[in-house]
Every structure is written in structure tokens, then in C-alpha cells.
Design a protein. Structure first.
Length: 96
């Protein structure tokens, strides 16, 4: 992974005014990928949108890390069901 595709955890935390311990807790829970390069911790750039959602869940809604995991799983299931419904509608339109 190239360094220009990584965001320093400390910079992310300062920008969002959160504690680095929260990112560490998410990492320990398997909710985010943290890459360590030369004793510095980084978040992959492609994961930032999801990490920002988790920050919102925790700091704005008061959801703990276990709750964030549940929410993520439910959102994944919803997306999958939406895709299945879209596919079923396309097949139904084909036959009608």
C-alpha cells in the first residue's frame, strides 16, 4: 500500500476532534484497518468514509463499538437486499 493512500491516525483524530483511543478500539474490534508504517499508525484512504460514519455513530449518537458493529452488519444486509430487489424487479420487468 502506498503511503500517499494513507491518512495518519493522529491527523484524522485532530481533524475530527476525537481521541486516538477510539480508533484503536475500532481496530481491536476488527471494525477498521490500521496500517503501521515506521511506528506511525495510518488509516487507508478508501476506508475514511466508513470510519467517519463510525465516528458519527459514537460521538453524535452515543453508540458503543459493539453497537457500531451491529449497525454496520445491518447496513450491509440492507444493501444486499436492495441489490436483490433491484435484480428481481429487472427480471420481473423482463417477463411482463
Amino acid at each position: 500500500m502506498e503511503n500517499n493512500k494513507l491518512v495518519l491516525v493522529q491527523a484524522f483524530c485532530v481533524h475530527h476532534q476525537i481521541e486516538p483511543a477510539f480508533i484503536e478500539a475500532l481496530s481491536e474490534g476488527g471494525l477498521v484497518r490500521v496500517v503501521e508504517v515506521e511506528n506511525s499508525k495510518y488509516l487507508p484512504e478508501e476506508d475514511l468514509k466508513e470510519v467517519e460514519s463510525m465516528v458519527s455513530f459514537h460521538y453524535e449518537l452515543g453508540v458503543n463499538t459493539e453497537g457500531i458493529d451491529v449497525i454496520r452488519n445491518l447496513l450491509t444486509q440492507i444493501r444486499q437486499l436492495q441489490q436483490e430487489l433491484k435484480h428481481a424487479r429487472l427480471r420481473l420487468d423482463f417477463y411482463s
